[in-house]
Design a protein around this ligand. Structure first.
Ligand code: G3P
Ligand code: CA
Length: 246
C-alpha cells in the first residue's frame, strides 16, 4: 500500500493495453485506489472507453471513433498492438467498466475523463443513469480539460463531482479560480505544475490535487512530498524503470 493513493491511468497501462477491461482489472487487483479512463462517443451515441480521437494507434482499425458505430468499434482488436498475449481484447463500453467497478469488493474511485462534449442533455442523462443504476454515483469523479464540458455536466446533474484538468503553463491562482468557478472538487494538473505551494493553495480553496501522469520513482516521491491527494500513474503497483514493459 502506498502512502498516497494511486489511480491507474487508462488502467494499469504500463503493463496492459490501455483503456481495456484487462487493464482496469489489473489496476484494481494490484490495489489501485482509483481508475482513470477516457470517454468518447460513437457515431450511434454510445459511450466507449478510448483515449485517441481515432482508433488507429490502439486497435487494428482505422478512423474516428465518432464515425464508427458501437458494433464496428466492438469488432476491433484493442490488445494486439500492445502484446500478442492480449489478442482479442475489446474496447469496453462505459457500462461494462461501471458494472465492473460497482461489483468490485473494495471501493474504487472511477475518474471518467470526458474527451468530447456530449451533444445533448438526454444523452448525458443516459450516462448518469448507467452510473446511478450501478450505485456508484459518489465514487465517480468527472474530469476534463474543457471547462465547458464540466459546466455542461454540472448543469445537467448539479451535484456531480468534477475535476479540472490543466496543461502546464497555467498559473496556480488562475487554475484554482477556474476550478472554483465550475464548482470543481479537485484539480488534475500536469505534474510539472505541482509544487508544495500549489497544493497548499488548492487545499486552502477546498480543492484536492490529483496530478497526472507520474511514472518515475523520483517524481512520485516528490508528488508525495508536495502533499498531493492521489497520483495518476501508468504504474499503480511499482514505478516505471528501464526494464519495464508488457
Ligand atoms: O486524466 C489525466 C490524463 O489522462 C490526461 O491526459 O492525454 O493522458 O488523457 P491524457
Ligand atoms: Ca485521460
Amino acid at each position: 500500500m502506498h502512502a498516497t493513493p494511486r489511480w491507474a491511468h487508462r488502467g494499469y497501462a504500463g503493463r496492459y493495453p490501455e483503456n481495456t477491461l484487462v487493464a482496469f482489472v489489473a489496476g484494481a487487483e494490484v490495489g489501485a485506489e482509483g481508475i482513470e479512463c477516457d470517454v468518447r462517443l460513437t457515431k450511434d451515441g454510445q459511450f466507449v472507453i478510448l483515449h485517441d480521437e481515432c482508433v488507429d494507434r490502439t486497435t487494428n482499425g482505422h478512423g474516428r471513433v465518432a464515425d464508427l458505430s458501437l458494433e464496428e468499434i466492438q469488432d476491433l482488436d484493442a490488445g494486439a498492438w500492445f502484446h500478442d498475449a492480449f489478442v482479442g481484447t475489446r474496447i469496453p463500453t462505459l457500462e461494462t467498466l461501471v458494472d465492473y467497478i460497482a461489483q468490485y469488493p473494495r471501493r474504487i474511485a472511477l475518474n471518467l475523463e470526458w474527451k468530447v462534449p456530449v451533444p445533448d442533455d438526454a444523452l448525458m442523462r443516459r450516462a448518469f443513469d448507467v452510473i446511478c443504476r450501478a450505485g456508484i454515483f459518489e465514487q465517480v469523479l468527472h474530469s476534463s480539460f474543457h471547462e465547458e464540458i464540466l459546466r455542461a455536466i454540472r448543469r445537467v446533474i448539479p451535484n456531480t463531482r468534477v475535476a479540472l484538468l490543466t496543461e502546464p503553463g497555467r498559473e496556480a491562482h488562475e487554475v484554482i479560480q477556474a476550478a472554483k468557478a465550475i464548482g470543481a472538487v479537485a484539480i488534475h494538473p500536469d505534474f510539472r505544475q505541482v509544487t508544495p505551494r500549489f497544493v497548499r493553495r488548492a487545499h486552502q480553496s477546498g480543492l484536492r490535487v490529483h496530478p497526472y501522469t507520474v511514472d518515475d520513482a523520483k517524481m512520485m516521491a516528490w508528488m508525495e512530498e508536495c502533499g498531493v491527494d492521489a497520483i495518476i500513474t501508468n504504474w499503480p503497483l511499482e514505478h516505471w524503470s528501464e526494464e519495464s514493459g508488457p
